[in-house]
Design a protein around this ligand. Sequence first.
Ligand code: NAD
Ligand code: UD1
Length: 338
Amino acid sequence: MAVLITGGAGYIGSHTCVELLNAGKEIVVIDNFCNSSPKACDRVKEITGKDFPVIECDIRDGAKLREILAQYPIDSVIHFAGLKAVGESCVKPLEYYDNNIGGTVTLLEAMKEAGVKTIVFSSSATVYGEHNKVPFREDMPAGGTTNPYGTTKYFIEIILKDLCASDPEWSVSLLRYFNPIGAHESGKIGEAPNGIPNNLMPYIAQVAVGKREKLSVFGNDYDTPDGTGVRDYIHVVDLAKGHVAAVKRAETVKGCEIYNLGTGVGVSVLELVHAFEKATGVKIPYVIAPRRPGDIAYSYADASKALAVLGWKTEKNAEDACRDTWRWQKNNPNGYDD
Ligand code: NAD
Ligand code: UD1
């Protein structure tokens, strides 16, 4: 039996493919490559020495999904495919609702028709909104999202909960990621953002490699120890292993379960900058800039449920992630482009 990976050529998807293959799973990848390269899948094959089908397919294409589900012995799905840029989602909300929500509904319809009722979904800590207090726990009220991207995650969680309520055969895992950073330690796969990075770690990496002059630190007047925003940065390989644990559980337990995938440790912007400098020996010039609208002071997980139920916890720290990011960035200054 095989796991269908939507968005498997993307940043988190490609790392998860490696860990699933290493765990002995068969996989089938689908992606429309709107934010990724098929080369990432070639690199996954190089790293693992294993082959698997990679199919160009948009999750909004129900007919093609049905063909794929009929052709391969798929019994579960890990659903990464989606658009993820917060700023862009405010400018193009309909594209986000169509791609993320419309695409998910089309995928679920095709799965239902094929009798495949196990899905692990990429949600986000963004569903905790602005009002909950850290550390975020899975039983806190979700919602209060501040942008269409975040709202798509919140709505999809509700859709998946409703689906479970309607049919006890469904098995749904909602994985709420905190801030994924880092790269595979081979330096062959990593995050390859298009244009100017929105997120902190890829921006730091591009400053380090000389593509950007300096980092702007968005605000140093938050109510945090050094005044800069505090986040829970999780190494992408740890995150990928969390999916292996979640899919194993989802194969045997029905109903809807929610798990935070984070370290449980808060790290400030300046602490991450210093961890990068320490891990790589490269100085990161920065300036203090105004706060970025929509940012909160603190976001970090209570990661105890994933440990108690999935037996999963993070094994790597921020310095490991900085070292691995740097290896990937140095070896691939233009991402997967030659
Ligand atoms: P990514 O953009 O690297 O990967 C997403 C993949 O989905 C890409 O390969 C893209 O080409 C593909 N895709 C998008 N729309 C598609 C469609 N309609 N049909 C088929 N393929 C499509 O992003 P990522 O960082 O790997 O994120 C994976 C998932 O995790 C996303 O759903 C994202 O919202 C979620 N997530 C990411 C983060 C993060 O910080 N990276 C945090 C929380 C949640
Ligand atoms: C952002 C998104 C969130 C999404 C997550 C993963 C916003 C408001 N939130 O989270 O919805 O799930 O990415 O994709 O965009 N920072 C700088 N300078 C920079 C970039 C970031 O100082 O150039 C700071 C930010 O202010 C924040 C921290 O670094 O304090 C982390 O930022 P980022 O990597 O963008 O992640 P989040 O804002 O946590």
